[in-house]
Design a protein around this ligand. Structure first.
Ligand code: NAP
Length: 263
């Protein structure tokens, strides 16, 4: 019996990728808990899937505590919520930066800290963290977002080693450009020819596969982008120089401009 047959808590369920993950895990989970702030999007999804909604603002620490209390026993945490967090460092206010760190990184770690002990005690559970290819390869105009996504990835991979002996699994998922729905699609940026995308359903399949096979890290992107990210992690300066020639700054600026309203 897979751990996905237990209780699953999904954050960011009101978003583009979150909706796809909810639909992918609902058929096997005994109980699915959907979280986010926009209950007007969560309630109809919960009705369709027979799920429970717990509204939570991950930028508010008391709210994160309340989410954990109301969720009860959780067998699988899918920490998917995130804010785009793009922009040059000097054009972001400290308040905006704190909010990005709070939602993308601090709340993610707090949820894991609160829920992992129960999994360890039961010797059964899985934690999935949504990072990004930008958690492996940095991009221009995104220093704070990259900080949060590198942070989530490092946290996940280190925690995986700590929880291994307790038979609790940990996976990190790294999407590239995701079309149709979600924060990249919302930015409405046309990518240059040859830069491929993946769908929210591809990310959802990767999440399910990560849990079922206890995979450490799953990238959801065409092979070219995955290779680029692998090179960036061993030779960041070489990778940045190549990306510069390929016009990565222009793409990044367009994405950030499209996401500015959602910081
Ligand atoms: N789309 C992509 O191309 C892409 C690529 C790489 C990584 N990712 C990562 O994938 C994850 C999902 O992104 P997405 O594309 O589905 O984006 P999205 O459609 O903008 O969804 C973001 C989700 O995060 C939640 N969220 C944001 N701020 C929150 C807060 N203060 N409290 C609670 N929930 C909050 C939103 O819920 P409410 O607004 O209802 O609170 C929403 O459900 C993110 O971690 C993102 O960084 C996405």
């Amino acid at each position: 019996m897979t751990v996905l047959s237990g209780t699953v808590l999904l954050t960011g369920a009101s978003g583009g990728i979150g909706h796809a993950i909810a639909r992918a895990v609902a058929p096997t989970s005994a109980e699915l808990i959907l979280s986010g702030r926009r209950t007007e999007l969560l309630d109809p999804l919960a009705g369709e899937l027979g799920a429970r909604v717990i509204a939570c603002d991950l930028g508010v620490r008391e709210d994160v505590k309340r989410l954990v209390e109301q969720a009860g026993q959780v067998d699988v945490l899918i920490a998917n919520a995130g804010v785009p967090a793009g922009g040059l460092l000097d054009e972001l206010t400290q308040e905006q930066i704190d909010h990005m760190l709070e939602v993308n990184l601090r709340a993610t770690i707090a949820l894991a800290r609160a829920l992992a002990p129960g999994m360890v005690e039961r010797r059964r559970g899985h934690l999935v963290f949504m990072s990004s290819l930008q958690g492996k390869a940095s991009t221009p105009v995104s220093s704070v977002y990259c900080a949060t996504k590198f942070g989530v990835r490092g946290f996940a991979l280190a925690l995986r080693e700590d929880l291994r002996r307790h038979t609790v699994g940990v996976s990190v998922v790294l999407p590239g450009f995701i079309r149709d729905a979600g924060m990249f699609a919302d930015a409405e940026v046309k990518l240059p020819p040859g830069v491929g995308t993946r769908s929210p359903e591809d990310v959802a399949r990767a999440v399910v596969s990560a849990i079922e096979r206890n995979r450490a890290e799953v990238a959801v992107a065409p092979v070219g982008l995955r290779l680029g990210a692998a090179v960036a992690s061993v030779a960041p300066a070489v990778s940045a120089a190549v990306s510069r020639r390929l016009g990565s700054a222009r793409i990044a600026e367009r994405v950030v401009a499209g996401q500015r309203a959602n910081r």
